[in-house]
Design a protein around this ligand. Sequence first.
Ligand code: SAM
Length: 228
Amino acid sequence: MKPEKIAELPAPLSGPPPSSTRTRTRGRLTASQRRSLEVFAASWQVASDVVWASSFERPAPMGVEIGFGMGPALIEWAQTAPAMNLVGIEIYRPGIGALLGSIESAGLTNVRVLEGEASGLLETSFEAASIDEIRIFFPDPWPKRKHHKRRLIQPHMVAVIADRLKPGGRLWMATDWADYAQCMTRVVSGQSNLQAVDATDHRVPTRYESRGRRLGHRVFDLVYQRKV
Ligand SMILES: C[S@@+](CC[C@H](N)C(=O)[O-])C[C@H]1O[C@@H](n2cnc3c(N)ncnc32)[C@H](O)[C@@H]1O
């Protein structure tokens, strides 16, 4: 599948690519994560040149979660929206193993997994105006100012997201870092085709959210819609 070219895309940042080379990808696998990768990847993990229509074997609204971690929010999304085709993008192998195990134990058939760096995969694996909703919950905050350039939410990434969303499609981000929420708001405001809307949906607490709340952090949910 050859995605259409993106109009007026800001250049990727110079220097190190956001997060990809700075975030852990390998980590220690538990026995059950290793087994899930060995046994279930063939069923649910797809390559970047995937053709979605044949992978899902049905046309359906498409949702994508980026950086799903251990996957609880994606599993809940798949259970509560069985009529959607959902894709998780993650670079952390233990998380992918955990998600594959959860897909199997929950008996889900509407989730696929893409392993790798999200910004590149959004560009190579999805066509323009093909995604109904993109969720990014608690991306790595990189709290030190000198590391902010490693954050996932950057002008280039948001331009790719805006391009891949269908008109009327949603971008839902959450963070427990106030300055990252401000940064997200600022970056998205540079995208004239995205507008803020209210966050109304339920969301299961993720591992990073729970940690943030234990530390007394306020949680920010930021939702945007691609203008119709
Ligand atoms: C702070 S964790 C949050 C995980 C989960 N969403 C949660 O709330 O518990 C950020 C996740 O994003 C993944 N990640 C970071 N940069 C990424 C990238 N460029 N592409 C795909 N995944 C990425 C990390 O491996 C990690 O699992």
